[in-house]
Design a protein around this ligand. Structure first.
Ligand code: PLP
Length: 401
């Protein structure tokens, strides 16, 4: 905290892929905020959609029989976008919320169908799933789990390796598949340093889940809404999860909102028959009408401007520009996929100095786990701006060499 307060960078305004600080410095927003500004900053039409909704009905909650139209319309629209069979949606206020809901629902599902020992939630080493109770407990980055008095806030969690299917099978067999409720996985590990899945990994993981009757939860809080060049990373790698968590790109950051796509299999015990139990999970702002109206407008922008296809077109530009940084003696490895990359510096390279050097040269980046620089620009970035950002990082690296 002391350093944070001393070096605070206050962003005052933004447009497209560019930020302006309070003291008038222009910076290219390489992390798109925190992986969220997919359509870019400063879109007038989103503000207008929010104002229209707020002056009609700011929100009305979704408890019991109550609802609001934007929430219903958004859920209907999302149904057509996700690779989840017979999907219904639980709307939340962000990514951590979505993870909380998905983990609770997975465990609640098994209780409801009579497999009451299935409670353990597995997650990938290196994974990040937000910082609520479940997100903290299943954190694959140890520093996010440590310091709360027990090994994890919520017991009955375990970490699988980052990408080793054989070791994952061994672990499941040791825990006992009859004890495992769900496996939560980011298709591309983000905060852990940007780790794309090896060929066949995600389909292999899905096959393991099917074999052992474990619910597969794809955490697409970063990868959802176009980041890997498909609407969802699950599309790109050909999986059909039981649940998908999403947030961030659902509104491109213009309002706090998240959602969980729930497959027909998982929702069925709560939907059929007059005595169906209530899944007791809802918060005041679940399905906030203004946030949902903003999400609808954001989806319009993504579709009208064909921005998901733009990510596909920019993928090789980003891979080439940032890939060339791997030649630097200070860089361990560059991993890129879609419009995201992690530039992993050697462990002893002072990343803070590199990041400061980038800011002085007009590019904002930040640190991910494993001493990696965060690259995940808004989809509206141009090829020239991508090359500019890579050149700036190269110059900042040279300056500390
Ligand atoms: N899941 C993943 C994969 C994330 O990257 C994040 C945030 O970075 C979260 C969950 C938590 O989302 P939020 O910060 O909106 O609560």
């Amino acid at each position: 905290m002391p350093t944070t307060i001393k070096e605070r960078v206050v962003i005052a305004s933004a447009s497209g892929a560019w930020l302006t600080t309070e003291d008038g410095h222009r910076l290219l927003d390489l992390p798109a905020g925190l992986w969220y500004a997919n359509i870019g900053h400063g879109r007038e039409r989103i503000a207008q959609a929010a104002a229209k909704q707020m002056t009609t009905l700011e929100t009305y909650h979704l408890f019991g029989i109550h609802a609001n139209r934007p929430a219903i319309d958004l859920a209907e629209r999302l149904r057509g976008l996700v690779p989840v069979a017979d999907a219904s949606f639980i709307l939340t206020s962000g990514g951590s919320d979505s993870v909380e809901v998905a983990c609770k629902l997975a465990r609640r599902y098994w209780q409801q169908v009579g497999r009451t020992r299935k409670t353990v939630v597995l997650s990938r080493t290196g994974g990040y799933h937000g910082l609520h109770g479940f997100g903290t407990s299943i954190a694959g980055l140890d520093f996010n789990r440590a310091g709360y008095g027990t090994e994890s806030l919520i017991p009955e969690t375990a970490r699988i390796p980052l990408a080793d299917l054989a070791a994952t099978r061994t672990l499941i067999e040791r825990i006992g598949p009859g004890n495992v409720a769900a496996l939560v996985a980011e298709p591309v590990v983000g905060t852990g340093g940007v780790h794309p899945p090896p060929d066949g990994y995600l389909t292999g993981l899905q096959a393991l889940c099917q074999e052992f009757d474990i619910l597969l939860v794809a955490d697409e809080v970063i990868t959802g809404f176009g980041r890997t060049g498909e609407w969802f990373a699950s599309h790109r790698w050909g999986i059909e999860p039981d649940l998908i968590t999403m947030a961030k790109g659902i509104t491109s950051g213009y309002a706090p909102l998240g959602a969980v796509a729930v497959s027909g299999r998982v929702s069925e015990p709560f939907m059929s028959g007059d005595d169906a139990p209530i899944f007791r999970q809802g918060i005041t702002y679940s399905g906030h009408a203004t946030a949902c109206a903003v999400a609808m407008e954001n989806l319009d922008v993504l579709e009208e401007e064909d921005l998901v296809a733009r990510v596909r077109a920019l993928e090789p530009v980003l891979a080439t520009a940032f890939g060339s940084l791997a030649e630097s003696p200070l860089v361990h490895e560059v991993r890129a996929i879609g419009l995201m990359a992690g530039v992993q510096l050697l462990p002893d390279v002072p990343a803070d100095e590199v990041i400061r050097g980038c800011r002085e040269r007009g590019v904002l980046t930040r640190l991910l786990a494993g001493n990696a620089l965060h690259v995940c620009p808004p989809f509206v970035i141009t090829p020239d701006e991508i090359r500019f950002a890579a050149d700036v990082i190269a110059a900042a690296l040279d300056a500390v060499a």
